[in-house]
Structures are given as C-alpha cells and as structure tokens.
Design a binder for this molecule. Structure first.
Ligand code: GLN
Length: 484
C-alpha cells in the first residue's frame, strides 16, 4: 500500500481512484503485518470501521466533498468511540466500553472520517516514552529498540508506519509533540479550548488538549477544521479564529516573519546533533526572509517543577473516580474501603500511583500554599514571559526535546530523568498556547523535530508557517524502514 499524505488520499478519494473501503481494508492488512513489531494498536472493530467506510463511499459517490470524508483515523485510547473499549492504557478500565462519542470523534464521524483503531498509550497519558502502558510499550518504527515517545505513542506510530494518514492523541505537557519528534511526523497541540475535551478521559484538566497527528501540516489542517470550535459540553471550549482559512489552506508568508529563539531552550543540555538540525531548519526559514531574533523566557527553569506539581495535583483529583464502583475493574475486597484500595492497587501502575500520591500531598492542608499555590504563581510568570516575547516576535522556534528517541529502559528507573525529556514541551501548555512539532531532519539515522509556539489562537498561522517550511523540505516524507 502506498503510504501517502491525507491530502494525497483526499484527492484520490475525490477523483474516485480508490474507495474508502479499500483504504480501510489495506490499512487492516498493514496493521496485521506490522503491528506485531510495533504494538501501536490496542483495539479494533473491523466490521464497524468497514461499515463507516462504506457509508463514506456512498456519500462520495453522491458527490459530497468534505475534508476528511472517507479518511481513516486512529484514536488514542483515552478518547471515547461508542461501544469500543477505552482503556487509557490501564488495567483499571478492564472491560469498560465508551458509552458515548467524544465531541471531536463525533464531529469527525459526522464529517465522514473512519475511525480505524484505538491506540496504545502511557497509562492515563502519564509518560514520555510509551513505556508506562499497562499493555507493553509501542515501538519506534525507525529503530524498534528505541521508544516511540509518549504518551500518545500508538497514535504517532500509526501515522509514522502508514496505518492511517491521521490520528488523534492528547497533549497535556508534550504527549503529541514529543513522539512526533521521535517518529518524524507532524503534530499540533491547539490553543487550550480549541478542541473540546468532552469524551477525553481527564488527566490534568487545565492542561489537557486533544492533538491531531499527521505526516504534514496540510494534513493537520484537514482534520482541525472539522473538529475545532465551541462545544456546549465543554465550558472551556472556544471557536478558532481564522478557521475558514483551513478550508482553502495556503502556506504562510515567511518573508518578514519574526521568529524568536528563546535562549533558555538552546542551552547546554541540547544534544549536538539535534542542535545542528535546528540550525539548518532555521536557515531554511531565514533563507525565505524570516527574521531570527534571540528572546528570553526567564522563568523556563521553573517549568518542569511547576508542571509536575500542577499536573499531579489535578491527577490526584481526576483519578479518584476510578474506584472499582463506577468504571471497569473491581477487586474482591472484604468491604467497600478494602475493595476500593485493592482495585487501585491491582489496577493502577507505579507511575500513576506515584502521581496520585504526590498530587494528594501537594494539595493537603499545610502543604497547599507551599506547593500548589506556589506552582500556580509560577505558572502565571511563565505565561507572562510568553506574552512579553510575543510583543517582539510573531512565533517562537525551539527544539522539541533535548535528544532523539532513547533506547527502552534507559529512563524507567529514574522518573526524574523521564520528566526532563519534557523540558521544552511543558511550557506552552502552562500558558495555554498553541504549539506544533514538525520534522527537522535526521541525526545518526534518527529523526528530530522542531517546535513552533504561537500566541493564543494563532493555530492557523502556526499550521500555515509549518506548511511553508514543509514545501521547502522533504524530511517529513521519509518513511521508516519497516514501512518502506
Ligand atoms: N510527559 C508528560 C507527562 O508525563 C506529558 C504527558 C502528556 O502530555 N499527556 O506528564
């Protein structure tokens, strides 16, 4: 099967050169062939997907045209698709099936997209490598001895390996951008609120966003337009300004674009290979007339601490609903408290327990001021840094991660080392800002991405800028050895 972009597949479906049904059938063949090596998929319902595909074919045949009509899409397993399991990568949800569609999934279905499968992930989206999945980690298609990045590992691997041209992940502190960088795909974390969180299992509600994943920014534009906009079911949701530009998507003008390079992101920890890829990418942009300016985001050094205090506090509250009574697994336990304790003990993994404990501690009487409140203040300072930077520049360009995909097992024994992989991805979510990761090239045979961060609600401009870059480069078209 040709591994194409969503835009290619769109054209071929519209021209009648192929049907959605045939696309979906070949996708399932590909999953059967490759997924024993990559372990990106946790659940499928082939009959159901084929039924949705045939309905899309009928709409195409009747002359209907819309951005995602007939295109297969893989969903992270923390997004509800009615009737399918929604495991969140956890044993605690064994046997649980989604009772309704997430808003983003419902909007995709209405527009005729074809959900293909539910994708592997770090348990409850906590992790940076995919290794905290209770079902075993997904693998990086560029080197199966290395992690694909997390927590949306299966969604990203599905696009990188050509199972589907589109996938949805979620991004709380980097979970679509980090794996995108490790696997050579493009992923957007929209401005907080642009995509409804209704039907996305909550990890840290003030940070969680659904994030689309694809080979290119032009592909992301197809999916974003269909999903974005206010949803009465999520009071934090809002419309996306400029959404109409997604329908007639054009590259942004790089001439005169002021690109800020935050000094704090280019410090010592950055691997030399990644640094040189970034420099080359920036030269491509400068070659088209973009102005590169150094800027400073002085509170960046507090970002990891701030993120992990706020994230774990919200996790401790959100995950209290998994008590063996309402969802999924229930341990035997002699009485109610024992049943709840045993359900959590057997059902949840070490990282999830660590975060619940840490978050409960941060929020407890006597410690709340010193930890949670302090973190909230630091969050404001981090957001202000960005506001100031955007007075002088239009967009920021940074590395996504200090390094490339790491071998399995290198960070699982040391949670702090795992958290540090997020140093460059947790800042924008703390400020609610849109950001994306796109392929910058290869170092030592492994991909690395470049991150763009924009002011609030500049999502369309970010995609247009990324599209302009991708018209000048070809890294994003490289396919991993397994899928060639
Ligand atoms: N790696 C970060 C964490 O473990 C981000 C996770 C995410 O974005 N869901 O919290």
């Amino acid at each position: 099967m040709a591994v194409g972009t969503a835009v290619d597949w769109r054209e071929r479906l519209d021209a009648g050169d192929m049907s959605s049904e045939s696309l979906v059938l070949t996708a399932f063949d590909r999953i059967r062939q490759l997924d024993p090596h990559l372990h990106a998929i946790l659940a499928m319902d082939e009959a159901r997907s084929l039924q949705v595909a045939r309905a899309a074919d009928a709409r195409l045949l009747a002359g209907e045209r819309s951005p995602v009509l007939g295109l297969p899409i893989v969903l992270k397993d923390n997004l509800n698709w009615t009737g399918l399991p929604v495991s969140c990568g956890s044993r605690v949800l064994d046997g649980y099936r989604a009772p309704y569609d997430a808003t983003v999934v419902g909007r995709l279905l209405q527009a005729g997209a074809v959900p293909l499968a539910k994708a592997n992930m770090d348990e409850f989206a906590m992790g940076s490598s995919g290794e905290y999945s209770a079902f075993g980690a997904a693998r990086n298609p560029w080197d199966t001895s290395r992690v694909p990045g997390g927590s949306s590992s299966g969604s990203v691997v599905s696009v990188a390996a050509g199972y589907a041209p589109l996938a949805l992940g979620s991004d709380t502190g980097g979970s679509v951008r980090l794996p995108a960088s490790f696997c050579n795909v493009t992923a957007l974390r929209p401005t907080y609120g642009v995509l409804s969180r209704f039907g996305l299992t909550a990890m840290a509600s003030s940070l969680d966003q659904v994030g689309p994943v694809a080979a290119t920014a032009a592909d992301l534009a197809l999916a974003l337009g269909v999903m974005a906009g206010r949803d009465p079911q999520d009071s934090t949701s809002s419309d996306l300004p400029g959404a109409e530009r997604l329908a007639s998507f054009r590259p942004g003008d790089l001439k005169g674009l002021r690109i800020g390079l935050p000094r704090e992101y280019f410090g010592e920890g950055l691997e030399p290979g990644v640094r040189s890829l970034l420099e080359q990418a920036l030269q491509v942009l400068a070659g088209q007339g973009a102005e590169l300016r150094e800027v400073s985001l002085p509170h960046t050094r507090y970002a990891i601490d701030t993120y992990y205090l706020i994230c774990t506090s919200e996790v401790s509250s959100n995950l209290s609903r998994f008590d063996g009574v309402r969802f999924g697994r229930r341990a035997r336990g002699g009485n109610l408290p024992a049943m709840i304790a045993e359900t959590r003990d057997e059902g949840l993994g070490a990282e999830v327990k660590r975060r619940i404990l840490l978050g409960t501690f941060c929020l407890s009487k006597g410690y709340y001021d010193a930890f949670y409140l302090k973190a909230m203040k630091a969050r404001t300072l981090i957001a202000r840094d960005f506001e100031q930077a955007f007075e002088a520049v239009d967009v920021l360009a940074t590395p996504v991660s200090p390094g490339v995909a790491f071998p399995f097992g290198t960070k699982t024994e040391d949670p702090l080392a795992m958290y540090l992989a997020d140093a460059f991805t947790v800042t924008a979510p703390l400020a609610g800002l849109p950001c994306l990761s796109m392929p910058a090239g290869f170092t030592g045979g492994l991909p690395a991405g470049i991150q763009l961060i924009g002011p609030a609600f500049s999502d369309v401009m970010l995609l247009e800028t990324a599209h302009a870059f991708q018209l000048l480069t070809a890294h994003h078209l490289a396919t991993p050895p397994l899928s060639a």
